[in-house]
Design a protein around this ligand. Structure first.
Ligand code: SF4
Ligand code: SF4
Length: 55
């Protein structure tokens, strides 16, 4: 399992990218994209200002 981004809720702010300990998130075309390096830790979901991430 990797963190799931609700694309319609994502603001592209990059907060999740900054906090991810695995560097598993990149912002592509204004939307967060999660790679297979995700370990489902939940840090990104805690940081997201728009509740756009489900772990
Ligand atoms: S759940 Fe953790 S490892 Fe996965 S993308 Fe979010 S911060 Fe990174
Ligand atoms: S923190 Fe939330 S709103 Fe910001 S880029 Fe990540 S998923 Fe999108």
């Amino acid at each position: 399992m990797v963190a799931e981004i609700k694309v319609e809720e994502c603001l592209g702010c990059g907060a999740c990218e900054e906090v991810c300990p695995q560097d598993a998130i990149t912002i592509e075309d204004g939307i967060a994209v999660v790679s297979d390096d995700c370990v489902d830790c939940g840090a990104c979901a805690d940081e997201c200002p728009n509740d756009a991430i489900t772990v």
